[in-house]
Design a protein around this ligand. Structure first.
Ligand code: AMP
Length: 218
């Protein structure tokens, strides 16, 4: 099963991807996590990505598309994957479709987590991430068991630089202009499914299970 998760920054893509990975055993491929891991390791890719990320802008397509297509060649992706944060504009969506079509493959579902901008702003101010393993929490709805500490690996949690208010507003504007149109792209392909993500997390998970239970696994 090849899934694309759509939705504004803060819509819950990362959190729900973590659940889907545990539940269905599919690898979670997050371009944001790939860039952050490179930044942490001090690679040239990480340093180049940082200048865009800090401003809430998209990293150039030439770089991003190549990284994702390379990652999809790896062994663990052969039975399927969950793409989170990619594609983020029409160019990337088309590049992905074309690369898959060359192998006789396609994206099965684009799950669109829909939420109002007001709810996003509230959510992002509460978001905390683990700098070591990437797990995400929210002080307003999905807190860790011990305040400020990652449940998975025990590392102190941080607020991402780009979750600070001015950058969040810029990221939302970029989302509206560049990313929102790809929902229409997948709608026209007949594979967009909308799930309201301003509901309790258990409800979202139940809807995901229903949706994926209806799919034919390959
Ligand atoms: P995320 O963790 O998905 O919110 O991504 C954090 C930042 O990484 C974004 O604000 C962009 O600067 C960059 N980024 C992540 N995914 C992409 C992508 N598909 N295309 C371009 N830039 C991206």
């Amino acid at each position: 099963m090849k899934l694309v998760l759509l939705g504004a920054p803060g819509a819950g893509k990362g959190t729900h991807a973590q659940y889907l990975t545990e539940r269905y055993g599919l690898p979670h491929i997050s371009t944001g996590d790939i860039f952050r891991a490179n930044l942490k390791a001090g690679t040239p890719l990480g340093l180049e990505a940082k200048s865009y990320m800090d401003q809430g802008l998209l990293v150039p397509d030439s770089l991003t598309v190549r990284i994702v297509l390379d990652r999809l060649q790896e062994e663990d992706c052969q039975a399927g994957y969950i793409l989170d944060g990619f594609p983020r504009n029409l160019f990337q969506a088309e590049a992905l479709s074309e690369a898959l079509a060359q192998k006789g493959q396609k994206i099965d579902l684009a799950i669109h987590f829909d939420i109002t901008e007001e709810a996003i702003l509230q959510r992002m101010s509460g978001r905390r991430v683990c700098p070591a393993c990437g797990a995400t929490y929210n002080v307003n709805g999905l807190p860790p068991l011990r305040e400020g500490i990652c449940d998975v690996c025990g590392t102190p949690l941080i607020q991402r630089e780009d979750d600070k208010p001015a950058t969040v507003l810029k990221r939302l504007a970029v989302y509206r202009e560049q990313t929102a149109p790809i929902a229409e792209y997948y709608r026209q392909a007949g594979i967009e499914r909308i799930i309201r993500s301003d509901q309790p997390i258990e409800k979202v998970r139940a809807e995901l299970d229903t949706l994926l239970g209806e799919q034919e696994w390959q």
